[in-house]
Write a protein that binds this ligand. Structure first.
Ligand SMILES: [Zn+2]
Ligand SMILES: [Zn+2]
Length: 659
C-alpha cells in the first residue's frame, strides 16, 4: 500500500498558481501509481488553525471557523474542476483531528519529550493579552529586519521562537508590548539529533528537500515551543488555557485524514501509520521542508508512529518572469483568471508538469502557455489522435489490429521511460515521453499516407491505421494521468476505459478495435483569447504597481517613533509686532516651558489661547522667525490653508506623549 499526501493549503486565501505546483504533480503521480496497479490512498485537507486565520477573521467580522469554511469550499471546488481527486479532503478544525492531535501530544508527554518552561512572552498591556505569532511585530534578533512573531518573513527567513523578537509591538493596537513570564511547553527536538541524522540519510525524495534537511540536521537542533495563548486551535492536554502550535497539529492532518479515507475505503489506517506497512510520500512546497524533514519525523518517532519514506518538494513559481507576488499582481488566480476564462483544465495540468523538472523554478507566462497548448498539445498530440481516429472511423469503423513490430517497440519504450521517470518524480520526463511517442505516431502516419494507399490497397491501409491506432490507444493511457479529461474521451472513442486500464495494457493489442465518431480533443487558443488573458494580468500588475508606489512613500513605525509629540498648555500668548500671522507662545510641555512662534495670529486671539491645551512637536530643531527663536511646533489641522489647533478630547496633563 502507498499513501500520498499534499501539504495542506492554509484556509486563509484563494488558490493561485503557486499552490498547483504541489497538487497537480501529486495527482499525476497518484494516477500513474494506480495505472501501475498500486493500491494508493491520496489525502489532503484545509489547515484551519494559527493566528493569521484568527486575525483575518477578526478583521472581517467572522468567526475563524466561518472563514475556514469559505476557503475550505473554495479549494474543494478548485480541485474538483482541475480533476485533482483526493480520497479524503478534511479540515483540521474537525473533532476527529483534534482527538488524534491530543492523542499524539499525550504520547509525547508520556514518553518525556515535552517539558514545561517559564518563558518571557510578548504581552499587550492595552489589549490585556499575550501576543502569539502574528499578533506581534518587531525586529528580527538575527538580521535586524522587521519580522513577525514567528518568522522573519522579510529578512533572513528564520523561524522565531516565542520571546525572541526584539522591540515587540502589538499588531492589533500598535502599543509596545512588554515581556511577561508564562509557563509554556517545549518539544525536546534536541533529543532527536542522532535519530534525524540517520533518518535523513535514508530518506528518499527530491534533492532540493534532502539537501536542505542534511544541512539543518548538521546544525544545532533547538527545542521547540509548541503551545500558544489562543482560543482557536487544539487544546493542549496539560493546560486547557493553551492550544498547540499550528505546526504541531497541521501535519497530524496527514494521519487524521488517512483515518477518514480508510473508513471510506474499508482499510486499516494503523497499518499505515502505526505498523509502517505502507510507503508514505509527502508532496510539499520548498518553503516547508524544515517542518517536514525535521519537526515532523521527530514528532512521529517520539510518539511511536511510522515514518514518512519520501519528501518531494516542488521548485518555486514565477509569473511572467518575475518573482511570484500577490501584492504586486504577479499571480494567476486559479478560479477567476483561469477557470472562469473557460480554459480546459488539462492545459494547465500539462503546463505545470511539462514546463520544467519538478524541482526547478517554473515560470508561468500566458505566451508560453499558448505556445505549449497550440504547438505541443494540439500540433503534436491532438492532431495526430484526431486524424487517426477520424480516418479509422470514416473508412473502417472496426479495425483489425495487425500492428507493426517497430510500433509496439516504440510504445514499450515510452511506457518504460514513463515508469522510470515516475520513480524519480520527474514528471517532465514522463510527459515528454508520451509527447515523443505522439511525434513518432505523427511521422509514421504522414509517411505511410494511408489516405493514398487506401485507393489501391485497402488491407495495407488497414494495417497502417491499426498501427497508428495502437499508438493512440497507448497515448490515451500513458497521457491520462496528466490529461485525464481529454484522454478519457479519447479512450472511450477507441473502445477503452482508462479508469480500468493499466500501463501494462498498452502492450496488449486486441484483435479488433471499434472506433466511434471522434471529437477534436483540444481547442486552439486564438489571439483574441490571448489578449483577454494577458489583459487581466496586465491590468492587475498596473493597478498594484500604483498601489505599491504609494506604499513606498509610507514610513515605518520606527520613523514615527522618532517624533516627540506632547500635550502642552499655553501659559502666555502675544502677537508678534510687525507680523499679521505670527503669535509668540510660552508653552508648558511638562518638563519645561518652551517659547514657540506659530503662524496662527490670523485665526486666534491671545486671550483665546492662554490656559488652553495644544499639541506640540517638541524635538524639532529650533528655528528663528522674525528674529525670535521658536523651540517647538504647534500642530494644527489645515482647513483650506488656515490652521485649526488640535486639542486632546479629555483633560490631559502637560507633557503626556502622543503616540
Ligand atoms: Zn494591543
Ligand atoms: Zn531575520
Amino acid at each position: 500500500m502507498k499513501l500520498v499526501t499534499c501539504g495542506l493549503p492554509y484556509a486563509n486565501g484563494k488558490a493561485h498558481i503557486g499552490h498547483l505546483r504541489t497538487y497537480i504533480p501529486a495527482d499525476v503521480y497518484v494516477r500513474y501509481l494506480r495505472l501501475k496497479g498500486e493500491d494508493v490512498i491520496f489525502v489532503c485537507g484545509s489547515d484551519s488553525h494559527g493566528t493569521p486565520i484568527v486575525v483575518n477573521a477578526e478583521q472581517q467580522g467572522l468567526k475563524p471557523e466561518e472563514l475556514v469554511g469559505i476557503y475550505h469550499e473554495h479549494f474543494q471546488k478548485i480541485f474538483k474542476e482541475l480533476d485533482i481527486e483526493f480520497d479524503y479532503y478534511g479540515r483540521t478544525d474537525s473533532g476527529y483531528h483534534h482527538e488524534r492531535t491530543k492523542e499524539i501530544v499525550q504520547r509525547l508527554l508520556n514518553n518525556g519529550y515535552i517539558y514545561p518552561k517559564e518563558i518571557e512572552l510578548a504581552y499587550c498591556p492595552r489589549c490585556e493579552r499575550f501576543l502569539p505569532d502574528r499578533y506581534v511585530e518587531g525586529i528580527c534578533p538575527y538580521c535586524g529586519a522587521i519580522a513577525r512573531g514567528d518568522e522573519c518573513d522579510q529578512g533572513c527567513g528564520k523561524h522565531l521562537e516565542p520571546g525572541e523578537i526584539l522591540e515587540p509591538r502589538c499588531k492589533i493596537c500598535g502599543t509596545p508590548a512588554e515581556y511577561r513570564k508564562q509557563r509554556h511547553y517545549y518539544f525536546r527536538l534536541s533529543a532527536f539529533k542522532e535519530f534525524l541524522e540517520k533518518y535523513i540519510s535514508d530518506l528518499r525524495g527530491t534533492e532540493n528537500a534532502l539537501n536542505y534537511a542534511k544541512e539543518w540536521v548538521r546544525g544545532e537542533l533547538r527545542d521547540w515551543c509548541i503551545t500558544r495563548n489562543l482560543e482557536w486551535g487544539v487544546r493542549f492536554p496539560e493546560d486547557e488555557e493553551l492550544v498547540v502550535y499550528v505546526w504541531v497539529d497541521a501535519p497530524i492532518g496527514y494521519i487524521s485524514f488517512t483515518e477518514k479515507a480508510c473508513e471510506k475505503l474499508e482499510k486499516d489506517w494503523k497499518e499505515i501509520w502505526i505498523d509502517g506497512n505502507a510507503e508514505i510520500t509527502h508532496f510539499i512546497g520548498l518553503d516547508i521542508v524544515y517542518h517536514h524533514c525535521i519537526f515532523w519525523p521527530a514528532m512521529l518517532k517520539g510518539a511511536d508512529y511510522a515514518l514518512p519514506d519520501a519528501v518531494v518538494a516542488s521548485g518555486m513559481v514565477k509569473v511572467e518572469g518575475r518573482k511570484f507576488s500577490k501584492s504586486r499582481g504577479y499571480v494567476v488566480w486559479v478560479e477567476e483568471d483561469y477557470l472562469k476564462s473557460g480554459l480546459n483544465p488539462d492545459y494547465l495540468r500539462y503546463y505545470i508538469v511539462n514546463y520544467t523538472s519538478h524541482q526547478r523554478d517554473l515560470n508561468f507566462s500566458w505566451h508560453v502557455f499558448r505556445d505549449k497548448v497550440n504547438n505541443e498539445l494540439i500540433a503534436t498530440l491532438g492532431n495526430f489522435i484526431y486524424r487517426v481516429m477520424h480516418f479509422a472511423w470514416k473508412n473502417f469503423g472496426k479495425v483489425r489490429m495487425e500492428v507493426d513490430g517497430e510500433v509496439v517497440n516504440r510504445i514499450r519504450k515510452a511506457k518504460e521511460t514513463i515508469e522510470d521517470a515516475i520513480e524519480r518524480w520527474e514528471f517532465k520526463e514522463a510527459s515528454d515521453a508520451f509527447m515523443e511517442l505522439a511525434g513518432f505516431g505523427n511521422a509514421f502516419f504522414q509517411s505511410s499516407k494511408p489516405w493514398e494507399v487506401i485507393k489501391r490497397d485497402r488491407d495495407e491501409a488497414e494495417r497502417t491505421i491499426a498501427s497508428a491506432l495502437a499508438v493512440v490507444r497507448a497515448l490515451a493511457v500513458l497521457a491520462y494521468p496528466v490529461l485525464p479529461r481529454s484522454m478519457k474521451a479519447v479512450a472511450e472513442t477507441v473502445g477503452m476505459n482508462p479508469e480500468n486500464a493499466t500501463l501494462e495494457s498498452v502492450l496488449q493489442i486486441p484483435e479488433y478495435v471499434v472506433v466511434g465518431k471522434p471529437d477534436v480533443p483540444f481547442e486552439r487558443i486564438d489571439d483574441e483569447k490571448m489578449e483577454e488573458l494577458e489583459g487581466i494580468m496586465m491590468k492587475r500588475i498596473r493597478d498594484n504597481t500604483e498601489g505599491e508606489m504609494k506604499m513606498d512613500e509610507r514610513i515605518g513605525i520606527e520613523e514615527f517613533q522618532k517624533l516627540d509629540i506632547r500635550i502642552g498648555r499655553v501659559v502666555k500668548a502675544e502677537k508678534v509686532k510687525g507680523s499679521k500671522k505670527l503669535m509668540r507662545l510660552e508653552v508648558d510641555i511638562g518638563s519645561e516651558i518652551r517659547q514657540v512662534v506659530a503662524g496662527i495670529a490670523g485665526e486666534y486671539e491671545p486671550g483665546q489661547l492662554e490656559g488652553e491645551p495644544v499639541v506640540v512637536l517638541a524635538n524639532i530643531k529650533p528655528a528663528k522667525l522674525m528674529g525670535m527663536e521658536s523651540d517647538g511646533m504647534i500642530l494644527a489641522a489645515d482647513v483650506n490653508g488656515k490652521p485649526v489647533l488640535l486639542k486632546p478630547e479629555k483633560d490631559v496633563r502637560p507633557g503626556a506623549r502622543v503616540r
